[in-house]
Design a protein around this ligand. Structure first.
Ligand code: 8YV
Length: 320
């Protein structure tokens, strides 16, 4: 069944009242989560769908993309795109956009919040007071200092740079590891991630997710960071070998961890839930009203731009 007006297929709700109105401006809006039978809805409308709206954490595989023969653009909410088969879409000539930059501050703020919470045991201290242990013989353990310490950043991109700026506010020395050194920053580059880890007091993971970085932070790197070292992850769970992470924390080979992302979200390894030197958050790095609104608006702007100019505003670079 074909209709004159092309359609936009929205895979997930956006928590903003104007979302539907914005998306229905140029296209007929199909809100898939409202469909009684999502499969039947896609089958019935496959020839009308020109644009797909998804998110960084919503699986968007080649199978789904290939069910939409008239698809021309995929507009995703979020900067990460490891849940979307971008390469396949681009090979089909489909433009794919994400929402970079608008979330850098909140993600970097959360990275620092996690670092301070882990180093100064804020979660543990909070539980200690709530359990009425304060004043009891259970003396609360000392934390570790953050200011003037050494921070290693794995993945010095836009978010990594925002974290480095915040670290300078804490008088921290910052070095980083990327696939190759940047020529536009005056921060120390470490070609070896293991060397960066053994140098650092805090290792912050801010790199992209996906196959190219899977288990980049392996057991050797975690052991190099050491019994006094603390790892922070606001990127993707897949970047750290999660098994090695759990066992080095349990054995004491690794000092502590502040985590916002995991390999199989929302499932967090139970072993992590029992450790007081670990802070575990539910993937909230960009979860502020201001930033999520800015992310949603950029999705809408990408859809509008595609409808009016045939080009999205923030395309994901071509994946080789
Ligand atoms: C998600 C994120 O977008 O931007 C990313 O890559 O992981 C987050 O900001 C957010 O959780 C909504 O899906």
């Amino acid at each position: 069944m074909t209709t004159t007006r092309p359609a936009v297929l929205q895979l997930l709700p956006f928590p903003f009242p104007d979302a539907a109105e914005r998306l229905a401006k140029h296209y007929e809006l199909i809100e898939l989560w409202k469909a009684a039978d999502a499969d039947a809805t896609i089958a019935a409308r496959q020839d009308d769908i020109a644009v797909l709206v998804t998110s960084a954490t919503t699986p968007t595989p080649a199978q789904l993309i290939d069910r939409l023969p008239k698809l021309q653009a995929i507009c995703s909410m979020g900067v990460g795109y490891d849940a979307i088969d971008v390469r396949h879409a681009q090979q089909r000539g489909i433009q794919v956009s994400n929402t970079p930059d608008v979330l850098n501050d909140c993600v970097a703020d959360l990275a620092f919040g996690l670092l301070l919470a882990t180093a100064r045991k804020l979660g543990h201290a909070e539980r200690y007071v709530r359990a009425n242990q304060w004043g009891s013989e259970a003396v609360f353990p000392l934390g570790v200092k953050v200011s003037h310490k050494k921070m290693g950043i794995v993945g010095l991109g836009r978010i990594g740079m925002a974290i480095a700026r915040r670290a300078s506010g804490f008088d921290m020395e910052v070095r980083y590891h990327n696939r190759r050194a940047r020529t536009d920053v005056d921060l120390g580059y470490e070609a070896s991630l293991t060397d960066l880890a053994s140098w650092a007091d805090f290792l912050v993971v801010a790199t992209v997710g996906g196959d190219s970085t899977r288990n980049l932070v392996n057991r050797e790197v975690l052991q190099a960071l050491g019994a006094k070292g603390i790892i922070i992850n606001i990127a993707r769970g897949s970047v750290i070998d999660e098994e090695a992470l759990v066992s080095t924390l349990v054995s004491g080979e690794l000092g502590g961890a502040g985590l916002d992302v995991y390999v199989d979200e929302p499932n967090v390894p139970d072993a992590l839930k029992t450790l007081d030197n670990v802070v575990i958050l539910p993937h909230i790095a960009s979860a502020t009203t201001e930033t999520r609104k800015a992310m949603a608006d950029l999705v809408f702007d990408n859809v509008d731009a595609y409808a009016t100019t045939g080009k999205v505003i923030t395309p994901i670079p071509a994946i080789a």
